[in-house]
Design a protein around this ligand. Structure first.
Ligand SMILES: NC(=O)c1ccc[n+]([C@@H]2O[C@H](COP(=O)([O-])OP(=O)(O)OC[C@H]3O[C@@H](n4cnc5c(N)ncnc54)[C@H](O)[C@@H]3O)[C@@H](O)[C@H]2O)c1
Ligand SMILES: O=C(O)CC[C@H](O)C(=O)O
Length: 330
């Protein structure tokens, strides 16, 4: 018997990340090749003509799992009865823009979407925020949706994890899948801490395998922290293909569960683990189960080097939270 369809919202649906995401999402790569999907596509009024073109292309892909497509510019219509919300729609940073400019421009979008999710979405809705500043937007979205469990709100740091795995793998002449349990701590920004202390490469500790502590503590971290800015500088546009791939990885692992003793990084509401202020959306190592629940991996040893870096990124998130609350009028 065919499964009942799930209703999946993608915002920013006329934008460049959505253009790379909608095809793999609708053909079963994220929720399974036996899971029918009703797609809801939200963008702003001015982009509805472009969105029509995206809808035509989706129809022309002739995908068996794609049961319906609803394009809309109305947030309340978009949130109605949804099971999953992939919140991409927001302004991307361009060369010369500061993070704070982005916060001011984007945070109100997530206040409005939080209020709408609260009223119209299923209480079990699983939310991933991609639009930047992703962690703080997710914090605001959660704050304005008090009837939905806070743990259902997450932000994307899987792209950072993928970047870190790729850097190590390239260095070792391996593939990224040979690198396990890299952790991204904190904010999806250049203060994030890509931590390989607990990671394994082809079964060995990364420090032992790479044999270059100066690189691991220096250029490796810097490269991952500033990779998004490097892509913007080169493309004059922010990462889209790799972001779409990471969204798929994040949702698939949350939906189906992580493998064995492997963990992945997701920005989730802190429960106070590792001394991180409760409620802040902070990237942690998590393990997920097939019932769509996840938990923060406990008991990892944190040395002084790591502690300092984890605190720096926390401080930035605390500052962003204060600015965001101020912009939203508390
Ligand atoms: N977390 C991550 O890893 C990560 C990675 C890459 C990009 N991003 C962020 O994702 C966001 C989108 O990037 P993009 O390259 O697709 O941008 P884009 O400009 O190509 O597309 C954004 C789309 O969002 C729409 N939009 C704006 N306000 C909206 C609203 N209120 N409701 C619905 N849609 C709205 C725009 O009209 C546009 O079509 C940016 O904020 C970018 O910085 C995050
Ligand atoms: O604005 C930035 O510097 C980063 C853009 C995006 O989040 C990325 O990581 O590619």
């Amino acid at each position: 018997m065919e499964k009942s369809p799930i209703r999946v919202l993608v915002t920013g649906a006329a934008g460049q990340i959505a253009y790379s995401l909608l095809y793999p999402l609708s053909k079963g790569d994220v929720f399974g090749h036996d899971q029918p999907i009703e797609l809801v596509l939200l963008d702003i009024e001015a982009m509805l003509t472009v969105l029509d073109g995206v809808v035509m292309e989706m129809q022309d892909c002739a995908l068996p799992l794609l049961k319906s497509i609803i394009p809309t510019a109305d947030t309340d219509v978009a949130c109605k009865d949804i099971d999953v919300a992939i919140l991409v729609g927001a302004m991307p940073r361009r060369e010369g823009m500061e993070r704070k400019d982005l916060l001011r421009a984007n945070v109100k979008i997530f206040k409005a979407q939080g209020e709408s999710l609260d009223k119209h979405a299923k209480k079990s809705v699983k939310v991933v925020v991609v639009g930047n500043p992703a962690n703080t937007n997710a914090f605001i979205c959660k704050k304005y949706a008090p009837s939905i469990p806070p743990e259902n709100f997450t932000a994307l740091t899987r792209l950072d994890q993928n970047r870190a795995q790729a850097q190590i793998a390239t260095r070792m002449g391996l593939v990224p899948q040979d690198v396990k349990n890299v952790i991204i701590w904190g904010n999806h920004s250049n203060t994030q801490f890509p931590d390989v202390r607990h990671a394994k490469v082809a079964g060995k500790g990364v420090y032992e395998a790479v044999q270059d502590d100066a690189w691991l503590k220096g250029d490796f971290i810097k490269t991952v922290q500033t990779r998004g800015a490097a892509v913007i500088k080169a493309r004059k546009l922010s990462s889209a293909m790799s972001a779409a791939k990471a969204i798929g990885d994040h949702m698939r692992d949350w939906w189906f569960g992580t493998k064995g003793d492997e963990y992945v990084s997701m920005a989730v509401p802190s429960d106070g683990s590792y001394g991180i202020e409760k409620g802040i959306i902070y990237s942690f190592p998590v393990q997920a189960k097939p019932d769509h629940t996840y938990s923060i991996v406990q008991g990892l040893q944190i040395d002084e080097f790591s502690k300092e870096k984890m605190t720096t990124t926390l401080t930035e998130l605390q500052e962003e939270k204060c600015s965001a609350e101020e912009f939203c009028g508390y």
